[in-house]
Structure formats: C-alpha cells, structure tokens
Design a protein around this ligand. Structure first.
Ligand SMILES: [Zn+2]
Ligand SMILES: [Zn+2]
Length: 569
C-alpha cells in the first residue's frame, strides 16, 4: 500500500511551492490530495489498476499521472527537480509550527540559516533579534515548535503506524513458512502515538522470512538482519519495524513481554516474585520448571487473574482489578450505534447529507448527527441562519426515505467570553448541539476553563467537542482545569467528546479515565470531512477502551429512542 508514500510526496511538494511563493490554489491542491490519500480505504495501486484515480476527491488528470509515476518508479521527477533548487533543511524548517514560508525564506536569505539545528542555535544566541518582523514571542514559539518536531520525529500518530504495520503484515502473512504472526508493542496496546512497530512470529524455517522482510519494497534502511531478529526503517514516516522469531511454546510469554507496557511488566514480575515464580519473555518458571508460556491466557490463569486486554496494560490498576475479577467489560465497535460529529457540504465537508446517509448505512449504525460549523467560523464555511433552515428542511426530507436517522446538528463556536454564536431561537431547532473552542487558544487557564464551563451551562449544548484542543504536531493541549470541566459537564448533562480524528484523539485516554471517575458521559465523533474518515471511529474506540469505558459510559451506545430522551436535557 503506497497511499502514505504518495501523500508524503504531495505534502513535500506543497511545502516547497509555498516556500517559492507559488499560487495558493496549486499549493492547496497538493495538500488536499494528500489528505484524501491519507483517508483512502483502498490501496492506491488497486485504485490505479481500476483506472479510478480521478474518482478520489481532489485528484485530477495531472495528479493522477503523478500518482502513476510514483507507483511505477517509487519517486517523482517533478519533486526531484523542485528539490534541486531548494536546500533540504528549509523544507524541514517549514514543519516547525508557527514558522511560515516567508519567515523561513527570510532566515535563509539574510542569515544563511538552512536547517533546524542552525535555527535553534541562532535563536539561543539571540541572532534573530535584529531581524525585521521577529519578536521575542516568535523566538519563544520557534523553540517550542522545534521541541514539538523533535518529539514528533520519534513518535507517530497511531493511524500512520497502523498503515505501516498492515503493509508489512499483508506482505508477510502469505508466506507458508510463518505459523503465527502478531503485532506487539504500543501498537497492540492501541496507544495514540507509536514509536516503533514490533512483529512476532513463530516458524520452523525463519531464514526465508527474514530475507524477505529486509528486502520488501517498503524498506528504506536495514538496521539489523539476523536469524531470529531483524530491524528496518520503513520508507513511510521513517518508522522502525522489528521482526522477531520466537519458539512456539514461548509465543504467549513473548507476546506478553513485548506488548508491555514496561510498567505493566514490572508489576507482573513483582507479583511473580511474591508467588515464588519468575516471568520473562520465555515463560513463567518455578526454579527451572516451565509452568506456562504458550499463550497469554495460560499465563494469566496461572496467576489466577482474568485476561487483561492489551489496551489496559499500563499499570493503572488493571492487575489488581484482574485478580479481583473487576476488569471493566470494554466497549466494542458492535456497541456503537451512531456518529455524532460529521461535516457535510453545508460547511467544510466534501459530501452531501444524502451521500453521508448512504455510507452510514454500511456501518450498521442507527443514526448520524450532521454537525456543520456555525456562523462565526467563516473560514470553515460556517452556516448563516438562512442556510441552517435550508439544511433542516433537507434533513427532514432525507429522513423520510433513509434507513438511518439523520440528526440535525451543529458544531457551534464558544466565543472568547464563553457565549455561543447562535441565538437560542436557532439552537432549539437542532437535535444535537456540540460546542467547541476554535479560536483564542492563548487565553489563560482560568479564561479557557470558564469558556467551556459556561458552554456546558447553556441549556441547548449536548457535547463539548475536542475539549483540550490538542492537534498532533501543531498544538499542545491548552491549559484547562479538567476537574472543573468534568463537574460542569456532569451537572449539566453534557457529554465530553472523544474526537476520533487521528491527529486529535481528544480527550486523551488518561483524561477519559479521569473524567469517568468524575461521573462524566462521553460522545464519540469522527469529525469527518469526507466519507473515508467515518471509519476513524475505531481510533476513538481505542481511546475509550484505554480509558476503561464500557457501553454505559458512552452515549453512542444508546439506541435512537433512549438517545433522543438523553438529548432533551
Ligand atoms: Zn471543531
Ligand atoms: Zn468538527
């Protein structure tokens, strides 16, 4: 699957064009195409094979040709040409949040800064001070941005890792030499960001598997090529992938060990010692006698505890809960009856409400809430009062024929003083109102908290979307008092969102766990802007599971009638 690879090339082109000061529409076209590829369900090679590239949103004749070239040759002449005229480091510098192309160009032309390292040094030495347009605040932001990039370089959002892992698994699974194959590590625990990918296999004849692994087309660099372990760097996102062969009768022990987390493993080892046992990646032993190791289940039952799902293995109390039989019955995809956060063409989504309704029918959901932006968010096509009424009429019409219920919804803006940017006379027309902060992130903790708590008190607001505002690689969560927000949410029957958009996943698992203890309910929303994004519900579910949620914690698990009751607060 080369989807990510093509998307990465298009993004790089967009950045270089931006640096060259090219036409914004050309730049947007590449960015838009990259985003479509990120979300594409099918492998791009397959789509190209069917001659259907131009059916992908944002792909016209020119980009279709470029995609074919990348599939065929693994690179793109056009990008190579562009790069010849541009130092490599400048493109990397543009990844620093808050640093626009104009500033990068200026830094290069006036101070000869052409890499992130040189930039960091220059800021620390105060060399930017004399540069026109650079203020102290900008310097601070640059350093923060460099920090974010450094962090981002070592961890990737889970959806990237899932794509990379799938590509490797698909290529290896077909080999008859492989008996068992399983992903371990933080990816198996479904952590929101992943550093590297661990794959475990059992095999009586591992050599051909190792040989194939290190020569797969996705491999950029071989770090190790051994008989029982090999490591490579993948072309996609420079992720490290480790492949290990283990003995069949140790497979469970190895899976447990390499799945972690480290903290969980330590806790388990301590428990073993108390019982006079030893646990490691080969099995559980009393002296030299092996008592278990073939499956994880065997090991958990030897320890007289319930099976702990990988998502919970973080040493957050799961071992004690498993011993007492008190693990939560985690929510699953089959429990989900709808999606609360979908944008249509009315605002900045790509699909009509009818198209969304058709697609949702394939999901076994009972309902979907179309929540377009409200009037003050003009950049995202926020709806005027007139457009709202037009949309409500259209939904009413579609509901007469649709198998799933379309809920009329809106994603309103919480203004800088905690107000809502539609009047009550409009708000009361919607089935679902979700409220969110989209501007003024730099307010103080007290101000931001107050904005959200007053939104909770609005009698029409049902859900607070992406409550902490974090956006991977762009923005850290803003500083809010989560306890106060939980209290306001609970007291006013407002659900906190788990936004399933891969770069958001907000609330985070730790916040979810915390909020659950405070008695808060949750709403999962994909924040889809195109149809393929609807399937990121799975990512939000991972967060929910890691936060110990059961179906009673989540309003998406209510059937239609119960939901409508809940929404009328
Ligand atoms: Zn939003
Ligand atoms: Zn949204």
């Amino acid at each position: 699957m080369k989807n990510q690879e093509v998307a990465r090339i298009f993004r790089e082109i967009a950045k270089i064009l931006e640096l060259k000061g090219e036409n914004v529409f050309r730049i947007r076209a590449y960015e838009h195409a990259a985003q479509s590829l990120d979300n594409l369900e099918d492998a791009i090679e397959v789509v190209a094979g069917k001659g259907a590239l131009k059916e992908i949103p944002g792909i016209g004749a020119d980009l279709a040709e470029k995609i074919k070239e990348i599939i065929k040759t693994g690179k793109l002449k056009y990008l190579d040409e562009l790069k010849k005229k541009m130092p490599d480091g400048l493109v990397k510098m543009m990844e620093i949040p808050s640093l626009g192309p104009k500033t990068v160009k200026k830094l290069y032309e006036e101070l000869k800064i052409d890499s992130v390292e040189k930039l960091e040094k220059a800021v620390r030495e105060g060399k930017l001070k004399n540069l026109e347009g650079i203020r102290e605040k900008t310097e601070e932001n640059i350093l923060r941005g460099i920090g974010l990039i450094k962090k981002g370089a070592s961890r990737q959002p889970i959806n990237f890792a899932l794509n990379v892992a799938k590509t490797f698994l698909d290529s290896l699974k077909v080999m008859e030499e492989i008996d068992k194959i399983e992903v371990a590590g933080s990816l198996r625990r479904q952590k929101d960001t992943v550093k590297d990918i661990d794959i475990l296999i059992t095999s009586k004849n591992p050599k051909p598997i190792m040989d194939k692994f290190v020569t797969l087309p996705l491999v950029k660099e071989i770090l190790a090529h051994g008989e029982t372990k090999s490591s490579i760097v993948a072309k996609e996102n420079n992720m490290q992938v480790d492949l290990r062969v283990v003995e069949d009768n140790s497979f469970g022990a190895a899976l447990l060990y390499f799945t972690g987390s480290k903290e969980f493993n330590i806790k388990l080892r301590q428990l073993a010692i108390k019982k006079g046992l030893k646990v490691n990646e080969y099995g559980v032993f009393r002296g030299n006698k092996k008592l278990a190791g073939k499956t994880e289940k065997d090991i958990f039952s030897l320890f007289k505890m319930d099976y702990i799902p990988p998502e919970l293995r973080e040493d957050r109390g799961e071992i004690d809960a498993a011993i007492c039989g008190k693990l939560p019955k985690l929510v699953g995809l089959k429990d989900i009856k709808g999606d609360f956060h979908v944008h249509s063409k009315y605002s900045d989504g790509l699909s009509s409400i009818e198209e969304i309704a058709k697609k949702i029918e394939t999901y076994n959901y009972e309902y979907v809430a179309i929540c377009d932006h409200s009037q003050s968010l003009k950049v995202a096509g926020g709806l005027s009062k007139e457009e709202v009424y037009k949309k409500l009429k259209e939904i009413e019409k579609i509901n007469k024929e649709s198998k799933v219920r379309i809920l009329s919804g809106t994603e309103v803006d919480i203004t800088s003083d905690g107000g809502i940017d539609y009047s009550e006379s409009i708000l009361k027309e919607f089935d679902v109102v979700i409220a969110a902060i989209h501007t003024g992130f730099k307010q103080t903790r007290v101000q931001l908290t107050k904005r959200i708590t007053s939104a909770c008190k609005n009698k029409y607001v049902n859900i607070i979307a992406h409550p902490t505002g974090r956006l991977w690689g762009v923005r850290e969560p803003y500083d809010i008092d989560i306890d106060e927000i939980c209290k306001a949410a609970k007291d006013n029957q407002v659900a906190l969102e788990i936004n399933c958009y891969p770069q958001r996943l907000d609330l985070s698992d730790a916040n979810v766990m915390h909020a659950k203890k405070k008695g808060v309910k949750f709403a999962l929303g994909t924040d889809s802007h195109q149809l393929d994004q609807l399937r990121s519900m799975g990512l939000g579910l991972s967060v929910a599971r890691r936060g110990w949620l059961t179906k009673t914690d989540i309003i998406n698990c209510l059937n239609f009638d119960k939901l409508m009751e809940w929404l009328k607060k």
